[in-house]
Design a protein around this ligand. Sequence first.
Ligand code: HEC
Length: 131
Amino acid sequence: MGALWRSLTVAVATAALLAGTGAAVVLAQGEWAAPADAKAAKNPVKGIGGGKKSVETNCASCHGSSGKGDGPAASALPTKPADWTSAKVQAQTDGELFWKIANGRGAMPPWKHLPDKERWEIVNYIRTLKK
Ligand code: HEC
């Protein structure tokens, strides 16, 4: 559960920061959209490379081994992890998924520390799960 605690810590720190600046931002609520430039970013990487392995290590605990959002940790989360096979996820651009994976939101941890190439490979892997 290290990832969960890390994300909770980030959420608490963010909330404190927002309270400090008085910004009226709702955390982890409603539609989640990436900025336009992130949406338009082109995927420079072909193939899944180590994407599947990275997903098994980093994401399957929440998103499940087949990406349906039903991993063993999912039921303990306040928000249900996204179903990668769903139209909602598959309809997004590669750039949007890449940005969301980097930044996270609420119970979804940020994965900025993974190399860009690995995150694009994860996006390519998520594409192979399209129903
Ligand atoms: C600690 C649990 C957890 C882990 C680990 C996790 N996620 Fe998530 N993920 C979530 C939750 C919860 C959401 C829904 C967040 C929301 O809608 O606010 C989510 C949402 C998403 C979304 C969907 C965004 C959308 O448009 O709805 C993508 C894509 C995603 N995760 C990819 C990943 C990838 C790739 C990894 C591994 C590198 C990963 N996640 C690891 C919990 C997790």
